[in-house]
Structure formats: C-alpha cells, structure tokens
Design a binder for this molecule. Structure first.
Ligand code: 3PG
Length: 307
C-alpha cells in the first residue's frame, strides 16, 4: 500500500524515519509531502495513496474526491476538525486520531504561556507569580488533565469543568470540579482552554465568560482559535483593561489585537503546542502503527468517523 505523509508543518526527521520503518516492515511504501504551499499539491499527491497521515492539514471534500484509492486517514494528533468526516464516511474511508500522544507537549506549552503572560512577556517590569493562583481547566481531557497535574505541582489551586467527565474522576486527581462554567470563569485567575472545535463549541468563549474573570484574569488558548468569539474577545479586552489573552493559535484578528492591546495579548508565530521531538515521535509512530494494524487486521480502534 502507498502511505502518504502530508505535513505542511513537518515532523522531526527522526519521526519520519520511524514512520518509514514501521510501514516498510509491513511491505508498504511511504511517500512524503512536506511544507507544501498550495492545496493542489496535496490533491495531486493523494491521487494514488491508500493511506494518509496528516497533522493540521486540511482534508477537505475536494481532497477526498481526488483520493480514489484512499482507505484510511490518520490525524497524527488529537483534534480532527481539519478533516471532512462526512466526505470520508460517504466513501467508506476510516478516519482515526492518535489521542494522548502529543498531550504532554501541549500541556507544557500551556503552562509556559501562563508564566510568560504573568511575567510581562519577558520584558522589564513587575510581574506576578502563579504560586497560589487559581486555574480553571476548561475541558478535562488528555491535555486538561496534564495541565491540572502540572499546575498542582507548581502550587496552584486547580478546578475543572467538563460535562463529559465524572466529578469523582477529577476529585481523585485532587482537582475541584466546577459547579458551572460561569462559576469557574468567575473564580479563576487563569483559564486554560482544552475544548475541541465542534459545532457546539465554536465561538462559545466570548464576552460574558471573559468578563466574569477576576481582576488580572488571563485566558490561555492552546486548543483552537475557532472556539473564541473574536469580536467579543476584542470587546472584553477593551472594557476590561486588566484581562490578558495568550494563544498558540493566532486569532484571525491577531493584528488588531496586537495593535489595540499590546503586551496584554500574545500569539505564537506558528502553532507549536505539539512541536516537540517527543510529541512528533509519539504521534507519528502511533499513526503509522494504527495504519499498519488496520491493513493487517482491519482494527478500527481510534476511529472517529461514523462507520
Ligand atoms: C492536535 O490537535 O493534536 C494539536 O492541535 C497539534 O496539532 P499539530 O499536529 O498541527 O501541531
């Protein structure tokens, strides 16, 4: 089988070698498409691929239509909002993700961004410590749980909101389950976002939640830009001169944010949450193993689209 690894943001070389080893051991061929600049390159490359490994690359209905032989797409990572699940399901193409494999890298970045924001983006001036501060984890999944554990180790008070996770599970981790999202925002100095981008969450973090935050509140976004209501973010930052917003996924209005709010906002130049050698290795190799296993036994563990 031909396995296309299409990564606009490439994996580390060691991860690519690992993917190759796993796939060739089962007699598959690996083709690499990295740093491509137009979607036409992906459309061209996918034409004779049996399997596809991507990161945040957009797998649109147009891509799927061009992929006449495609049987499986694996998103080497957690969020699969970049993949047209319906188009894949219609064609009987299996879509999987690799949950948990890059979570630690993202969690470490969330903590780093919090400290960066608290220390004036590493410029002169008096900052704040995070010791003893309250952090609210908005969604207690793989990344949220790791952020919680690390925040606790740094001496923070940790609370979390997640309607899909039992309170007992949070309590067992020493995390206080929030009664409501609104209450969590109103009580936390930091909110760390870990919700996926879904029709339910898109634009769901806006003025009402943000302005509930206490004085000096800071929103940390290592999830998705789509979950933020950007016009309302601007309004919240305008009305509340004490609030901060730091993100690993630049807002569409990032230039306006930077111009209006200066050091109260920060965005990494390119999404880098999962950009560690370890995360590349973990997610890339997991993707390769899942594909090899699928072709070997038909195993569809980690499938995320309808069968
Ligand atoms: C994910 O959903 O796994 C993260 O957002 C990482 O995305 P990336 O592989 O594009 O860096």
């Amino acid at each position: 089988m031909k396995i296309l690894v299409a990564t606009e943001k490439p994996f580390a070389a060691a991860a690519v070698n690992g993917i190759r080893e796993i796939c060739t051991a089962d007699g598959h061929e690996v083709v690499l498409l990295e740093k491509y600049e137009s979607k036409d390159r992906l459309i061209e490359a996918v034409a004779d691929a049996d399997a596809l490994i991507v990161r945040s690359d957009k797998v649109t209905p147009e891509v799927i239509e061009a992929a006449g032989r495609l049987k499986i797409v694996v998103r080497a990572g957690a969020g699969y909002d970049n993949i047209s699940l319906d188009a894949c399901t219609e064609r009987g193409i299996v879509v999987m993700n690799t949950p948990g494999q890059n979570s630690n890298a993202v969690a470490e970045l969330a903590l780093a961004m919090m400290i960066y924001a608290s220390r004036n983006c590493f410029t002169p001036g008096t900052g704040r410590e995070i010791l003893g501060k309250r952090i609210g984890i908005h969604a207690y999944g793989n990344v949220g749980r790791l952020v919680a554990a690390k925040a606790k180790a740094l001496g923070m008070e940790v609370t979390a909101f997640d309607p899909f996770v039992e309170a007992e599970k949070m309590e067992a981790d020493g995390v206080v389950p929030a009664e409501s999202l609104e209450k969590m925002y109103s009580e936390c100095d930091f909110i760390s976002l870990h919700i996926p981008a879904t029709p339910q969450t898109r634009g769901s973090v806006g003025y009402d939640l943000l302005t509930k935050m206490p004085s000096g509140g800071c929103l940390v976004n290592t999830a998705r830009k789509e979950v933020i209501n950007e016009p309302e973010l601007i309004k919240a930052l305008t009305d509340r001169q004490d609030l901060k917003y730091v993100t690993d996924i630049a807002a569409d209005c990032q230039a306006e944010l930077a111009e209006k709010f200066g050091k109260r906002v920060f965005a990494t130049p390119k999404k880098m949450g999962a950009e560690t050698a370890e995360a590349n290795m973990n997610a890339g190799l997991a993707a390769a193993r899942q594909i090899a296993e699928y072709f070997r036994s038909g195993c569809t563990r980690f499938q995320v689209n309808a069968k």
